[in-house]
Design a binder for this molecule. Structure first.
Ligand SMILES: [Zn+2]
Length: 377
């Protein structure tokens, strides 16, 4: 697994974008780093998807939520629907903290507003439970009610497939603070889903990262909450036992952007739109690689005061050994904002037929993959 350093360059496009064209990225990587050319940088993607997270949509906007949170979410949904700023994705994953919530009586109205916002999207939307959807109360029927009403009972822990990749949406929203029975149920479900699709390329979606995305002691301070990672080592162990087929774990929650490789798995956390640096991520999946591009919202929607890893929330900004400036600490290095995941022989997507799907009669856009209905080659 090789990680190719890409340079950060401004190009024409929506103001505020830090991303660069993939061709320019490849050329710069070759010229500047002197490294070998990345795996074939051509061809048509098999499919693409957008990751949005930590949008903190708030029906009670202006009280205690994030500045311009609703406007930012609307912009991104409209951008995905129209294809005006980037090619229309085949689907969207919403990796948690889609709403602000905070109090149980807010969950319903916030989720209702989010559903209204999502109406123009026209491509499938796959939500993941974040701590703000359930006020940290993973596994509580009372706290999950509003989320289930908004998205369906089968959208808490679930899987779907696209183009031969199995996506596993895992609810670890109570990662810091729920009891052992809840953690065991979560892990048992995850283990089953992984075991029932051996050799199928997989991407895990979970709101809270499974490993620290910055130096742990620094991150604990800058984030200020114990949930800077999922401290249940068992979840990580289960995932790593399947490192031959798990390509990546996509998360949010930290409100910073970063990527760390561990045992061949890419752990990618995106800042999300509500707080600075106001990021989202685009994934282009090819047979032999996945190209990842992190982008910032247009400058009129970028809100530096919402930075939670520096001033004004803290009296100082933060850096760590791998991130020498506060901007790198919060937004990631250039090679954390545009990079290619080469797919190994085991991961290669072209060798996998899409899994057998059973479509919900109530919603033709939804794809379901159930343990036991997978067709093995
Ligand atoms: Zn969160």
């Amino acid at each position: 697994m090789k990680h190719h350093a890409l340079e950060e360059t401004e190009v024409a496009g929506p103001p505020g974008h830090w991303s660069i064209t993939l061709f320019a990225a490849a050329m710069l990587a070759v010229l500047i780093a002197g490294c070998s050319a990345p795996a074939r940088q051509s061809g048509t993607p098999l499919f693409s998807f957008l990751q949005l997270n930590d949008t903190h949509v708030d029906a009670d906007e202006g009280k205690d939520g994030y500045e311009k949170a609703n406007e930012k979410a609307r912009w991104l949904i409209e951008a995905a629907a129209s294809g005006r700023y980037f090619a229309r994705p085949d689907f969207v994953v919403g990796v948690g903290d889609l709403i602000h919530g905070e109090r149980i009586e807010n969950l319903g109205p916030d989720l209702q507003l989010l559903r209204e916002m999502l109406k123009p999207l026209r491509v499938p939307f796959h939500p993941v439970v974040g701590n703000h959807e359930v006020i940290q109360q993973e596994g509580s029927a009372k706290h999950e009610r509003a989320y289930r009403e908004a998205f369906g009972d089968d959208r808490v822990n679930y899987t779907f497939t696209h183009g031969g990749v199995l996506f596993i949406a895992l609810n670890n929203s109570g990662a810091c603070c729920v009891g052992p029975a809840i953690v065991k149920a979560r892990n048992d479900w995850l283990r089953r889903e992984l075991e029932c699709a051996p050799g199928v390329p997989k991407i895990i979606l979970c709101h809270i990262p499974l490993i620290p995305l910055r130096e742990e002691a620094v991150l604990a301070k800058s984030f200020g909450f114990r949930s800077y990672m999922d401290h249940d080592g068992e979840t990580l162990k289960i995932v790593e036992a399947h490192s031959d087929s798990v390509i990546a774990v996509l998360s949010g929650h930290l409100h910073l952007t970063g990527v760390v490789q561990r045992k061949g798995i890419y752990h990618i956390s995106i800042a999300g739109t509500a707080s600075y640096p106001c990021d989202y991520a685009l994934y282009k999946v090819f047979a032999d690689r996945i190209e990842v591009s992190v982008r910032q919202l247009p400058s009129r929607l970028v809100t530096p005061k919402t930075n939670i890893h520096g001033r004004p929330r803290h009296p100082r900004d933060f850096v760590d050994g791998q991130h020498k400036t506060p901007r790198q600490y919060i937004a990631g290095r250039p090679d954390e904002r545009a990079f290619t995941i080469p797919l190994s022989r085991n991961h290669a997507v072209e060798h996998h037929r899409p899994l057998t799907l059973s479509l919900s009669p109530s919603d033709g856009e939804r794809e379901y993959c159930r343990c036991g209905v997978l067709t093995k080659r």
